[in-house]
Design a protein around this ligand. Sequence first.
Ligand code: GCW
Length: 843
Amino acid sequence: MRLHALTWPFLALTVAAEDGSKAWLRYAPVRCNRSCQKTLPSHITILNANKTSPIFTAAEELQDGLHGIAGKHVAITRGCNAPPSSILVATVSDYLVCNGTTVPDDVLSLDEDGFYLHTHGASATILGQNARGALYGAFEYLSLLAQGDFATLSNTSQTSNPHAPIRWVNQWDNMDGSIERGYAGPSIFFASGKIVDDLSRAREYARLLASVRINAIIVNNVNANATLLSAENMDGLARLADVMRSYGVAIGISLNFASPQTFGGLDTYDPLDESVIAWWENVTDELYARIPDLAGYLVKASSEGQPGPDAYNRTLAEGANLFARALQPHGGVLMFRAFVYDHHISEEHWKNDRANAAVDFFKPLDGKFEENVIVQIKYGPIDFQVREPVSPLFANLRKTNVAIELQVTQEYLGQQDHLVYLPPLWKTITDFDLRVDNASSPVRDIISGEHFSRPLGGWAAVVNVGTNTTWLGSHLALSNLYAYGRLAWDPTLDPETILDTWTRLTFSAHPRVLETVNTLSMTSWPAYENYTGNLGIQTLTDILYTHYGPNPASQDGNGWGQWMRADGDTIGMDRTVWNGTGFSGQYPAQVASVYEDLDTTPDDLLLWFHHVPYTYVLKSEKSVIQHFYDAHYAGAQAADAFVDQWDSLKPLVDKRRFEEIRRRFVYQAGHAVVWRDAVTSFYHNLSGIADQHDRVGHHPWRIEAEDMTLDGYVRYTVSPFETASRAFAVVTETNSTTGSASATVPFADGVYDLVVNYYDLYGGHSQWKVYLNEKLVGSWKGDMEDTLGHNPSIYIDGHSATRIRFRKVKVRTGDKVRIVGVPDGTEPAPLDYVAFLPRGIVD
Ligand code: GCW
């Protein structure tokens, strides 16, 4: 059936459910009438492509895109004689076979995966250095089309080459289908110890990755399970590789160092043992027999309890080279993680410092790795914190290939229930000039291999998509995946420009949508940093449990080394050479001297490098403690504003996505207050220093649950204390009896937002109702473990603390407020406080 030009956009709009699954590749209709359609190609011509080639995929995508976006049906043809008004898609070499040498020089010298896109009127030529590159060119064409950029589409000529050859993603998927630090449901690859039968989501994922020019994926957790190497699972991996190959995405796997012993039946896993070497060679041969283009391996060894070469007194290089040599005959790459440290160090010793570990371990091994080894280095010396200095290891490996490791999954950064647009954070790292040998040496040039003339290098990001239709659990979080790919291709791109394109493709080009998504996203990381941990103190989350909500005390007093050394008077890690752990000395001299000196260290990393009194005065002329108080308040205020900002888009965003995003912003606004209160109370309690603005510890609009008249509720001492207002909450007397908490409203007559702080635990779906003078104001359920993505908590703490807000409630002095809680399972309908907030107050 031919669709009439006037009816198709309507049809497409009503048919396509906006559930987020198509992400930025929606191919949503843009205005294009008949005469506009005439300016578009009428054929797609491909050269030399079988059905599994990315070239063929490119043709199908172009066909779908032209139809979905512009309502034009276009046929696919093959062969050298392209009809007029065609999009020709081919590799450069196949094109030359047909057309002699009629291409510009820069097309002949494209880098691997690079492409050439040339359009003239309704004709287009898309050539890839390889088939994958041609597909990237097709996606570029489609991106322009989907943005309605017809001017560029009919007249452009561009060659585009990647910044680095390695542009990978990592998934931390376990064989049982769970995902370590994944916040969007179970694995799309694994279930019950095997590769799933239905790989349609894997195919869709490959499509997203290819569209942002990611060329490989490690499919399983770095904390690897050797059973992936069974014959049945290797066959499963081959199926997976087949599916992803058509999008030019190669697969690779993580390996467990001890596999020869734990899985192979040998009595050793010594990397220098002949039988171990032969075992790995055999495994590698078997894998390549099934997957000839296997990208390679990723190995986490001698880290966080994972086995490694240290068990046999072998070096990390000897361990890495074992795999690298097995891969060499097949052209595979070994990504070897630099995340090696001792997690049992003692804070008693002033000079102990986990941040030193990577350079301590790897610098002496520079030059000892095989040529196909790439050392994969987390961006900062600790672990994906809200702000870290650059890992100094990037400056210390001159004769070793390196790649940067980022996290798209927001492990320490709100687990996709808080909006944090990450590229501005990443840029603080990749644009950082390490001044190696006193010369310009930005991190991006080191990881590309350019600076030290290394043949390999690039990017890896832990993504952890799951079966959730939105991929990451949050529609807005997908901008991070999109931007990751764009930056790995070209790290000089500006985060706002990337975001603008993403927003056009994901929502619309309406100026208000563009502006609002920009404001929300660009303020999100500063806001999150403000309310979770600033001045370089790290994300003050619970590092011993779920890495989600606040628990500042958990930083200190354990072997994990994410210390802040906070006591009653002072705070911060002294990482100077003259008096501290010596970490600053791991940087090249010009950078080291900046960090060594308190006066030249930037405020935002001050406590990373220095141990100072709370009264120390910053460059901003505020004391450290007052900066803490102000920043945490400012951060929560900013998060509160996100809700209204998003609400302004209601008429411009489809209902489902509007509501799903809104729910998260409402939640984030509340949880930001939980963060603010917890961290400021913690430091207030520890330092005894008052807030100049008298906010900390003073909440005039709150009625504490423990002060209310309780019937069936009892007082409960919360731990950590700062995760409850005034340290107490109330819980139902038993798990099967209803509780009621009531009080007389002492506030003046007026219109207030009625807020209830409560705890939503894993283990039950309690129900609450709030009444004013026995008239129901609202009711809700404790079901966030099902509706939100963050790791739930089984405790009454900073992870489970949350709040609900009923807007514009009319209240009179003396009204009776009553909250009724019905427990469920192990969740005793916990309540912290109720607040009546006048307009504009965030408390
Ligand atoms: O950030 C920490 C995480 C671990 C992770 C480890 C790593 C896969 O908390 O869950 O393990 O880093 O990067 O290896």
